[in-house]
Design a protein. Structure first.
Length: 298
């Protein structure tokens, strides 16, 4: 199987349906995985910012969800192995979980934390630094809808708990990669509004209007992030260490670390070793498939 065909298969695996319409949403985004991977792999030393963190105010206790930081740190670790630089970007409510993910899997990786108050001043200070970056990558980061408000899959406005990182994500000339699973994340503005409205519950209301140069749709966002790391491994086979990031055990250890730090399942709204309502054995199936495809392609 040619590398391009394998990457197309990785894209399909990542979009596995879990009840939110991901397979339908993935159709117009087809080719996004190859475009994103080629853009990152073709740069001698990518310098990226990865935006993540989706706060669940109705959880017990309220915290960032497990999906997102898992994939964001996996991508960041891959970029470091490629000889690049990377920083994670989140906001104050999600910072404890994101920082725990970094401590567990990529110690020393910078984490920029946006405040909920004084955000404009924080952004103004950050723009000169971000203007030099080659890539902006969003992994399960909520964005604004048509009314400018960020909403979760239940249609609830979570703006009181969410810094408008879309403003920074949309600035400058960096190549923008969006990763999402429900239509309300940064990058999903690339999809036809009619499709999101028809396929996703409350899609017209929650649909993020911020697009991206390349969009990756997953059944869970972190599956699509794993597919991106798999595609990078295929395009840069000389960096054999990338394959270690694809082992399901790597993701399990990271999931356990962030749950200990308070991360919650975004569907169950409580801290469990699960992602979007999927217990570990079910969640791990696409990860195993992705790792196996990459190994077989070598």
């Amino acid at each position: 199987m040619r590398i391009e065909q394998t990457i197309t298969e990785l894209e399909r695996i990542a979009a596995r349906e879990v009840g939110r319409g991901s397979e339908a949403l993935a159709v117009p985004a087809a080719g996004g995985l190859l475009a994103a991977a080629r853009s990152l792999a073709s740069v001698h030393a990518p310098d990226a910012a990865v935006f993540t963190g989706f706060f669940i105010p109705g959880a017990e206790p309220p915290a960032a969800e497990t999906d997102g930081p898992l994939g964001a740190v996996q991508i960041a670790a891959a970029l470091l192995l490629l000889g690049g630089r990377c920083r994670l970007v989140t906001d104050e409510p999600c910072a404890p979980v994101v920082e725990a993910a970094v401590a567990a899997a990529a110690p020393g990786l910078p984490v920029d934390v946006a405040p909920l108050r004084g955000y404009d001043e924080w952004t103004a200070a950050a723009l000169p630094r971000y203007g030099r970056l080659t890539h902006f990558i969003s992994c399960e980061r909520v964005g604004p809808g048509t009314d400018g408000r960020p909403r979760n899959m239940r249609g609830e406005d979570i703006g009181a708990h969410t810094a408008p990182l879309d403003q920074l994500y949309s600035a400058g000339s960096a190549f923008r990669i969006g990763i999402g699973d429900g239509g309300n994340e940064l990058g999903m503005g690339r999809l036809p509004a009619e499709l999101v409205g028809r396929v996703v519950a409350s899609g017209e209301r929650i649909r993020c209007v911020v697009g991206a140069d390349a969009l990756l749709v997953g059944g869970t966002s972190s599956w699509a992030a794993a597919a991106l790391v798999g595609a990078l491994s295929l395009l840069r086979p000389e960096v054999s260490e990338l394959r270690t990031l694809l082992a399901p055990a790597w993701s399990y250890d990271l999931l356990a670390a962030i749950v200990r730090a308070g991360a919650v399942d975004g569907v169950r709204r409580r801290p469990t070793l699960s992602v979007d309502g999927l217990d570990w054995p079910t969640y791990a199936e696409p990860l195993t498939h992705i790792a196996g495809l990459v190994a077989a392609a070598r």
